[in-house]
Ligand binder design. Sequence first.
Ligand SMILES: C[C@H](N)C(=O)N[C@H](CCC(=O)O)C(=O)O
Ligand SMILES: [Mg+2]
Length: 368
Amino acid sequence: MKLKEIAIGYIDIPLVTPFKTALRTVNSVNDLIVKVTAEDGTEGYGEAPPTAVITGDTKESIEAAIRYYIAPTIKGMDLEDLPAIMQKLEKCLAKNTTAKAAVDIALYDLYAKLQKKPLFRLLGEKEPELVKTKLETDLTISVNETEEMVRDSLLAVEKGFHVLKVKVGKGGAKDVERIREIRNAVGKDIVIRVDANQGWTREEAVSTITAMEDAGLGIELVEQPVSYHDFKGMQYVTAQVETPILADESVFSYEDAVRLMEEKGADLINIKLMKTGGIHEAVRICDAADQFGVKCMIGCMLESKVSVSAGVHLAAARSCVTMADLDGPSLCRIDPYEGGPVYEGPHIFLKEDNGIGITGVPVKFETI
Ligand SMILES: C[C@H](N)C(=O)N[C@H](CCC(=O)O)C(=O)O
Ligand SMILES: [Mg+2]
């Protein structure tokens, strides 16, 4: 069966509240959606969020990569030979991981549908007895003035979330105050993970995390304390503090992940499909994490339910994935799609529908 057609369109979904990190502020999810169609009319969907501050990929660069490089390279290829398509996708242009991820996800969705299997069952064939059918995601608390963050944290707990991913990285001493006040408000049973999004220097990271430890704030982990450039800084912070360090912006590829695990640049890895260029490379990172005995998070950018669902399927399929930061759909004001994993507060339920499970995508597509 050949890949007959590739089409693109856009979705624009307002957020419940502005999303604020040490790197950016965003008010809506404005993403490119990809549709791939097989000769028999079966369709697969993918999504590309332009997260320029992390991946370097903009709306314009994503569209150009798919329109002028990826689509002409893979159109007409044999869908039964997915590895061959993935190799062409990887090699037709360097970097551009977001555009590659959107197409990779759409192809996996289509491939699993043609195999008549849910994607998580297909990806979980290595260890079928360990496949999960239910996940729990955290909810992100944007970085703001402390009072607002406390209010948002209490609201999240009221909605049933047990794990908060609190954005910091805007002044070490202020960050300790933010976490202290949130801990006082939510109590000791709520899990707090902290994401600095590269906002600290090495020294600031160590003093800030140590202050949180000394104050007994019970932090589960700290994500990406220093710049993604600063590998030695990641090693330094990981060695100096007790709290586990999770690498996010430092790890895009399999090679990044292996170096980090070999050279102790972090204790844990946040795998995001938009950094890896899709499921294909993310699976390789999971295989490496299995070998090193390192636990992973599957995370997302600010994305809606098409691509986040692909992350959900991968998280369900692999036992090295013990943490989910897959709250994109929870941050959106509406869910415009039909089908896909079911979100109920913090819980995500996998269904046995073929592929990713998304059936209705309200987007005006242009065939390219
Ligand atoms: C949305 C997710 N919970 C998250 O916080 N992801 C960020 C990057 C999001 C973005 O800027 O689009 C992260 O883990 O750093
Ligand atoms: Mg992060």
